[in-house]
Design a protein around this ligand. Structure first.
Ligand SMILES: C[S@@+](CC[C@H](N)C(=O)[O-])C[C@H]1O[C@@H](n2cnc3c(N)ncnc32)[C@H](O)[C@@H]1O
Length: 270
């Protein structure tokens, strides 16, 4: 990846206060480490670790964890969280992991990524690289938003409104990775087993407007899109967020409880 692209990714993911949103995803990371069966003493990589949700979940199971991300400020939040919980065995690595992941062949018992590598531009390269750095018999665990989910609807809405507005709207949809045939083609028989696990949690707000405001203030891709749109597109984007969230709302008391569906892929390397 060219230097200017690296600094662009750093810039995007430094926008807003992403941890305000990521804290809600912690439940996904706890589910991911349970499905992956992280065990004490295992060497685990949390790739695109952000503010450390999966690294913390693995460290709570007493694994030896490396949290890697391109944005140092994100990892600083992870470090503060690890310190607050007095967790042991967490290392931090600032670096770019696309298209190549900067670790040795077979370096980890387990490589995990929550809402991370599924957004990388080349899924074949992602799978090749994850398999390369995982030891034979080791586990790869990926958490991502499936095709039918609020997050994927928001991605499609952004593309529909103005696909050329930002670099992140031009990438292949992350949710493709959930498709069995698509994955099988990319794994090319290099796996001993593959499982899909579904999960859901509720993202709660007092009103739909509160959801839209929070999303627009702290979700880096949304901040990027809004900065690229004209006033009419900004208003349309906000309205689309509102109506998408309304479709997923299952609160019956006049507040908002957005149903957030996610998928976990557990791949055991042959
Ligand atoms: C949606 S956030 C997910 C963060 C975290 N895994 C979580 O579950 O909250 C995506 C993360 O990917 C990181 N990222 C994006 N491109 C990257 C790259 N090329 N190399 C390393 N990290 C990258 C971003 O900095 C951001 O922290």
């Amino acid at each position: 990846m060219a230097d200017q692209e690296i600094s662009m990714f750093r810039k995007i993911w430094s926008m807003g206060n992403y941890h305000k949103l990521a804290a809600e995803h912690q439940i996904i990371s706890e589910h991911l480490v349970a499905e992956a069966q992280v065990r004490a003493g295992q060497k685990v990589l949390d790739l695109a670790a952000g503010t450390g949700n999966t690294a913390l979940a693995a460290a709570r199971r007493r694994a030896r964890v490396t949290a890697s991300d391109i944005v140092p400020e994100m990892l600083e939040v992870a470090r503060q969280r690890v310190e607050a919980e007095q967790l042991d065995g967490v290392d931090y690595h600032v670096g770019n992991s696309s298209p190549t992941i900067p670790f040795d062949d077979g370096a980890f018992d387990m490589v995990l990524s929550s809402l991370g590598v599924s957004f990388y531009p080349d899924h074949q390269q992602v799978i090749d690289e994850l398999l390369r750095i995982t030891r034979p018999g080791g586990t790869i665990g990926i958490a991502l938003w499936p095709e039918a989910s609020l997050a994927s609807d928001v991605f499609r809405a952004g593309q529909k409104l103005n696909a050329g507005a930002t670099s992140i709207d031009k990438i292949q949809p992350a949710y493709q990775m959930c498709n069995g045939d698509y994955l099988r083609e990319r794994l090319q028989g290099r796996h001993a087993s593959l499982r899909h696990v579904s999960g859901t949690y509720e993202s709660c707000f007092t009103t739909l407007d509160a959801y839209v405001e929070e999303h627009c203030r702290n979700h880096p891709p949304a901040i990027l899109r809004l900065a690229a749109y004209d006033a009419a597109q900004q208003a349309e984007y906000r309205q689309m967020l509102r109506s998408i969230a309304q479709r997923y709302n299952r609160a019956t008391d006049g507040t908002v409880a957005i149903c957030m569906d996610y998928t976990i892929l557990i791949i055991v390397k042959a």
